[in-house]
Ligand binder design. Structure first.
Ligand SMILES: Nc1ncnc2c1ncn2[C@@H]1O[C@H](COP(=O)(O)OP(=O)(O)OP(=O)(O)O)[C@@H](O)[C@H]1O
Length: 262
């Protein structure tokens, strides 16, 4: 594998690509994506990347390297320059932003539930579009987030952070996203809650072909779930590797980061 070029998925070896669902149809194409801070400091430096449909892509790198900025560009939580991010071939800056965020949903580090019951939270997104989910639909969504039906009538305030994160996942899934962006989704969770979320994410990917892009500080987590790992250093993708090849990273900063993180 060519591991030094800021790669696109097209340059991955066949071995790396073969287990992806639909590698010939990139879900996202990112072309020459740049961001400079107001005082002129580069935050993202010409990111070029293809995210294959149905892949789980991990993004790792030192603090401040631009991981969250890159993730947020994919559903315009940060507005990228036009013609730099394409979803299914369409420039996302031309899409309706609310429908983009339903298709490309974000799960944050800390779940913020609305007041009311778990069911109220899960029904929220469809309700905004005039759709009322049945009790059965709510239960199915909870199940997809690894929660059983006993949670339906609980209030958000009664839940542990791990349970609340799974409710936040079910609420997100109620909008039928095709892509989930995950910004350190388990960093506030204990190991068992982390495993529950990872299991739910892997099932969503395997059973529904959902494309996942996950920023994590946990190399082990990335190795457990990702198909492809992008190493971001100082606003640049310096390497794209398979998770079991991370120890072969060549970039000195990437090597140092990986040594200190493992
Ligand atoms: N809205 C903003 N305005 C100006 N600078 C910003 C803004 N958002 C982020 N930055 C800067 O961009 C750089 C990258 O930030 P970002 O949060 O994307 O990094 P990160 O790799 O996700 O970091 P961490 O791992 O600590 O969460 C940082 O130097 C940060 O201070």
């Amino acid at each position: 594998m060519n591991s030094t070029n800021p790669l696109t998925a097209l340059t991955l070896t066949d071995e790396c690509r073969e287990h992806l669902l639909d590698v010939d149809k990139p879900k996202f194409e990112i072309r020459n994506l740049k961001r400079v801070s107001e005082d002129g400091v580069p935050i993202l430096k010409s990111i070029n990347l293809e995210i294959p449909k149905g892949a789980i892509v991990g993004i790792i790198g030192p603090s401040g390297s631009g991981k969250s900025t890159l993730l947020r560009a994919l559903n315009r939580l940060w507005e990228p320059p036009s013609a730099s991010v394409f979803l299914d071939g369409q420039d996302i800056s031309h899409l309706d932003v609310l429908s983009l965020r339903r298709t490309v949903a974000m799960l944050f580090q800390l779940p913020a539930l609305f007041q009311g019951t778990v069911a109220d939270n899960v029904r929220y997104g469809p309700h905004l579009r005039g759709i009322k989910l049945s009790d059965e639909e709510v239960r199915k969504l909870l199940l997809m987030a690894d929660l059983d039906a006993s949670f339906v009538d609980k209030s958000g305030a009664e839940l542990s952070v791990g349970q609340a994160q799974r409710v936040a996942l079910a609420r997100t899934l109620a909008n039928s996203p095709q892509v989930l962006l995950l910004d350190e989704p388990t960093s506030a969770l204990d190991p068992i809650s982390t495993e529950n979320i990872e299991d739910a994410l892997l099932k969503l990917n395997k059973n529904r072909g959902m494309t996942l892009v996950i920023v994590s500080h946990s190399i082990k987590q990335i190795q457990r779930i990702a198909d492809i790992v992008c190493l971001l250093v100082d606003g640049e993708i310096v390497e794209v590797l398979k998770p079991d090849q991370l120890s072969q990273a060549k970039h000195p900063m990437a090597q140092r980061f990986l040594q200190l993180s493992s």
